[in-house]
Write a protein that binds this ligand. Structure first.
Ligand SMILES: C[S@@+](CC[C@H](N)C(=O)[O-])C[C@H]1O[C@@H](n2cnc3c(N)ncnc32)[C@H](O)[C@@H]1O
Length: 385
């Protein structure tokens, strides 16, 4: 599997531009960026490297086959002909997933079944035994992308999504997906040299992601199982080598030369944030404070103050939250001058209550909710809109 192939890296919606930058930063040339994610050309080893390092991706898909199919029977025949034994162990377990857009298939489950049947029938004819199959994505995962008559088949080298970074055992309320939290930090102007202040930290995702970035610890080091590990002949020596390199590159320090501060009014949130930070190996790098957001310690070094307040969709009531957003504006104005202020919210009406003019508005989704990262340049005497 040293040959090169198309690799598609998927990501949550609107994160593709941030993912593309991350992929380029890892030394890959991005061939295409679209709604689904980013495409590169690379080897199976490259796919492993991407799984280890990416903070903003969801799945790393390595293409193994591509053919034309109009009818589900064409799909079955092409799948049955393919030498699956080069990838899937006959005593293994495989899960089939798909995206399908054509006239014959209404339900992707039917396409998955045709792929599973093609694989199973091939194994039964050749070896008189076949891999088990089902919905569990913790072993071999095969992904079918079938649009009109174009069929592309990939190994999902991630298996379970890498958008979760595996340290959050206690979610508290309305936590941000780790890949989304990372993408919002990468979209900010935080320089990893000055403070990162996260009032209203909830389960601590933003502060933890910032700390992981500061010490250059990639999310893949916090995970032991990936889809690629279940593929016949995967190069575990290469995997051990890149894991060791990544471990050696982690900046081991007792404290950072700048502050990362996470505060919340709720003791349960803080306890969750601490536990999650401990799981990520960064608890000692974050100062936790139980306080109202307005009382959060703000070091005088011109860093970033980053809030993700509730926004009435999932928690709290919109009317009640209006006051909170107005107070965020006051807090920025009175206590954070000389800093860059960021608010990540899924409620654009509430965002107006902040009452300061946003210098930049970056579009995101939080799940299905249209969301924005709003950037405020805070200088003494910041103007109200
Ligand atoms: C949407 S959650 C933050 C989620 C967080 N980004 C995460 O990924 O877990 C908002 C948090 O604000 C906290 N909060 C609400 N009002 C507050 C206030 N006045 N001062 C400090 N924290 C507050 C809540 O306790 C909650 O944990």
């Amino acid at each position: 599997m040293e040959s090169t192939s198309k690799i598609v890296i998927t990501c949550p919606p609107r994160i593709n531009v941030h993912l593309a930058k991350e992929v380029e930063h890892l030394g890959f040339k991005v061939h295409k960026t679209d709604r689904m994610g980013v495409q590169i050309i690379g080897t199976f080893n490259d796919a492993m490297k991407l799984n280890l390092h990416l903070r903003t991706g969801s799945k790393v898909l390595y293409q193994i086959h591509s053919f034309k199919a109009v009818h589900p029977d064409d799909l079955y025949k092409a799948v049955k002909k393919f030498p699956w034994e080069e990838y899937i162990k006959s005593d293994g377990y495989v899960s089939i997933q798909s995206y399908v857009k054509n006239d014959f298939i209404r339900d992707t489950k039917f396409a998955n079944l045709r792929v599973k049947d093609g694989i199973a029938d091939r194994y039964m004819e050749k070896f008189d035994r076949r891999p088990d199959s089902g919905p569990d994505s913790s072993q071999t995962v095969i992904f079918l992308h079938w649009q009109l008559d174009n069929c592309n088949i990939y190994i999902d080298t991630s298996g379970e999504t890498i958008a979760k970074h595996n340290y959050r055992k206690i979610p508290f309320k309305a936590p941000m997906l780790e890949a989304l939290a990372s993408a919002t930090i990468l979209a900010s102007d935080w320089d990893k040299k000055s403070s990162f202040i996260n009032p209203m930290c909830g389960s601590g995702t933003l502060a933890i992601e910032a700390a992981l970035m500061a010490i250059e610890k990639p999310p893949g080091l916090m995970r032991e199982n990936f889809g690629f590990m279940h593929i016949v002949g995967y190069n575990y020596l290469y995997w051990e080598k890149i894991v060791k390199q990544a471990q050696e590159n982690v900046i081991e320090v007792d404290r950072l030369p700048f502050d990362i501060i996470a505060s919340d009014l709720s003791p349960e949130a803080l306890s969750a944030a601490r536990t999650n930070a401990r799981n990520a190996g960064v608890e000692h790098l974050i100062t936790f404070e139980k306080c109202d957001f307005r009382d959060t310690l703000i070091p005088d070094d011109g860093g970033v103050v980053f809030l993700n307040p509730e926004y009435g969709e999932r928690l709290g009531d919109e009317k009640e939250l209006e006051g909170v957003y107005t107070e965020i504006g006051d807090f920025f104005k009175k206590r954070c001058s000389g800093h860059k202020g960021y608010v990540f919210t899924g409620n654009l009406n509430l965002a107006k209550k902040i009452g300061l003019k946003a210098k930049r508005r970056v579009e995101f989704y939080n799940g299905k909710i249209d969301a924005r990262l709003l950037e405020y340049e805070l200088y003494s005497g910041s103007k109200r809109t």
